[in-house]
Design a protein around this ligand. Structure first.
Ligand code: CA2
Length: 172
């Protein structure tokens, strides 16, 4: 297989509330892997592609908003698992909107196969895409998607390049 050319890109990875507990409880839903192991694998995969990740977990909505804002000027893309804020947080959705950094939302579990309240993602409506249900693989697929998006946008033929436009978005 031909070697892929390196993508000089920086990806901010954000984990929302309770994800620090990964690997300690509910393995039937979230798997046995810990967040530290996911972060290490993301760093390894990014480095393999010439890219860099910076990963942080927070249980606090405002901190996640601060970190999204602070990603401006550093990150080429964001990969976020907003945890339960996925279903409630207009503040995180607005922050994703405000920074206009292409954002991939990821979930360990399939949010459409669980309680009805989890099926709606308030934050995901402002992401370029959403990956859900592949446990830790969701993060790795999310990183892949983010890097492919950055690469194709730089080449001028992104997924129509699109971070969702503020004006033309239908109401969701
Ligand atoms: O599937 C996902 O990744 C979720 O974002 C996880 C959130 C949940 O509220 C979302 O609906 C879907 C919950 C994260 C809690 O993580 C735990 C991990 C281990 C033990 C307990 C909770």
């Amino acid at each position: 297989m031909a070697a892929r050319s390196p993508i000089r890109a920086r990806v901010r990875v954000l984990h929302g509330p309770n994800l620090n507990l990964l690997g300690t409880r509910e393995p039937e839903i979230y798997g046995h892997i810990t967040l530290a192991e996911i972060d290490a694998e993301l760093a390894r995969r990014a480095a393999e592609r010439g890219a860099e990740v910076q990963c942080t977990q927070s249980n606090i909505e405002g901190e996640l908003v601060d970190m999204i804002q602070a990603a401006r000027g550093w990150a080429d893309a964001i990969v976020i698992n907003p945890g339960s804020y996925t279903h409630t947080s207009i503040a995180i959705r607005d922050a994703i909107d405000a920074v206009a950094i292409p954002t991939v939302e990821v979930h360990l579990s399939n949010i459409h196969a669980r309680e009805a309240f989890r099926a709606r993602s308030i934050t995901g409506a402002r992401a370029i895409g959403l990956i859900s249900g592949f446990r830790a693989q969701s993060y790795y697929l999310g990183l892949d998607a983010a890097l492919s998006h950055v690469e194709s946008t730089r080449r001028g033929h992104g997924k129509a390049g699109k971070t969702p436009s503020r004006r033309r978005q239908p109401r969701r």
